[in-house]
Design a protein around this ligand. Structure first.
Ligand code: ADP
Ligand code: MG
Length: 266
């Protein structure tokens, strides 16, 4: 369900629209929700977000530029980037002092709105291709108080290429400047399918690489890591790991990868 009409006026007079996410539905599909009692998924994401937040707050081993810009990527499609991006974004937005913007930057296979049960809307592609559309025109506020969304927007034949465009570079600069107090999570294309996501990676403070447990070949992971050497912080998120005897899926950081450092020979 989507509430109609603008409810707030952003500076400059443009309206920021508000959408309502059905939190009970999210809960049923295994996504963290603020209203749910303690859940396994909630507990897992409490652990997963902690090192990322420490870096944002400058409490990591060394200060990191643009630590609030966090890319979620993987080697290949289907490893759980969108699932992980949404869970991380909601989990972080539930913290008292963090405002979160979730951007659907996997523009050739967008799925954030769909997973959240919302209809397609204008978004990133429109900002990048239409000089009259500004980010504040397409941002969506949600009923999760500290969570805003930037949808992928109108499909475009050269969608992924636009991620490496000057327009995207300008948008990232605008984000870094105007939204420096927010955490921005980018649900991004896989690294081994498009070269544009590697360009996007060069602007990020932190990168989370989702690895589908027991599926992604080690060589693919290694190759994906090699494409993003320049980013200071890389974390591996082992997804769909069977953790317990009941066959439940789980999450966790795997392979002992740590901050700014990926051991050789993996
Ligand atoms: N930890 C998980 N537990 C259960 N289902 C998952 C998990 N991670 C991903 N999925 C499911 O796997 C499929 C692919 O995940 P998705 O996040 O869409 O991948 P990607 O964005 O990397 O292409 C989706 O159907 C998603 O719901
Ligand atoms: Mg996806």
């Amino acid at each position: 369900m989507q509430s109609a009409g603008p409810d707030t006026l952003a500076p400059g007079g443009s309206a920021t629209r508000r959408v309502d996410i059905d939190l009970n539905r999210l809960n049923l599909i295994g996504i963290v929700t603020p209203n749910a009692p303690r859940s396994l998924i909630g507990d897992e994401y409490r652990i997963i977000k902690r090192p990322l937040l420490s870096n944002v707050q400058g409490k990591g081993a060394s200060p990191i530029d643009d630590a609030n810009l966090i890319m979620i990527t993987s080697s290949l499609p289907g490893e759980g980037k969108s699932f992980s991006s949404i869970n991380l974004a909601i989990s972080m937005a539930m913290e008292l002092d963090h405002t979160v913007l979730l951007i659907d930057a996997d523009v050739s296979r967008p799925s954030v709105l769909n997973i959240l049960g919302l209809p397609p809307q204008k978004g990133l592609m429109d900002v990048l291709t239409d000089p009259h559309t500004q980010m504040k025109d397409v941002l969506l506020k949600t009923n999760i108080e500290k969570l805003s969304l930037l949808p992928a927007g109108t499909p475009h034949p050269r969608a992924t290429e636009l991620l490496a465009s000057d327009a995207m570079k300008n948008l990232l600069e605008e984000l870094a400047e105007r939204y420096s107090d927010r955490i921005v999570i980018f649900d991004s294309p896989p690294l081994l399918v498009t070269t544009e996501s590697r360009v996007l990676a060069t602007h990020m403070g932190q990168i989370v690489i989702v690895v589908e447990s027991n599926k992604t070949a080690r060589a693919a992971v290694k190759q994906a890591l090699a494409t993003i050497e320049s980013c200071p912080v890389k974390l591996m998120l082992l997804n769909k790991a069977v953790q317990s005897g009941d066959g439940a899926y789980g999450y966790g950081y795997g392979y002992g990868y740590g901050y700014g450092h990926v051991p050789k020979g993996q």
